[in-house]
Design a protein around this ligand. Structure first.
Ligand code: HEC
Length: 108
């Protein structure tokens, strides 16, 4: 009998869920965090080069103490390791924007 089979299936499946535990909630940052707007020329370049693979939350979560060489290495790593199509001549401008917007050269 069909119904009976369904009930049996439900019994077999349900115990696999952790009994009594509330559904796991994972708090994600607000969807699609945008790059912080800036008058620096690197802002537009970063928009074009840095948010194709991940949102700007990655930048937002970097330590505000991070200095220029850190951001430089980061941009180079995005290109070298993850093959981000960033033109070499755009890199210093992007690094400049990053360190002044998220790093240790932020206006106080
Ligand atoms: C081709 C895809 C791609 C592009 C384009 C890209 N990234 Fe990433 N980025 C990644 C991946 C993949 C990770 C995750 C690396 C990991 O988990 O270790 C990442 C991680 C990061 C992180 C987190 C810190 C870390 O070390 O993992 C930062 C910050 C970051 N990217 C900044 C940038 C910046 C700035 C740019 C533009 C210059 C950029 N990304 C462009 C793929 C990309």
């Amino acid at each position: 009998m069909k119904l009976h089979h369904l009930a049996l299936a439900a019994l077999l499946v349900l115990p696999a869920l952790p009994a009594g535990s509330a559904p796991k909630t994972i708090t994600l940052p607000p969807d699609g965090i945008q790059l912080k707007a800036s008058a620096l020329p690197g802002y537009a370049k970063a928009q074009a080069n840095c948010v194709a693979c991940h949102s700007a939350e990655y930048m937002a979560y970097q330590p505000p103490t991070a200095a220029r060489p850190y951001w430089d290495a980061m941009v180079k790593r995005m290109k070298g390791v993850f093959k981000a199509p960033i033109a070499d001549e755009d890199m210093p401008v992007i690094v400049d924007y990053l360190v002044k917007t998220y790093g240790n050269e932020q206006p106080k």
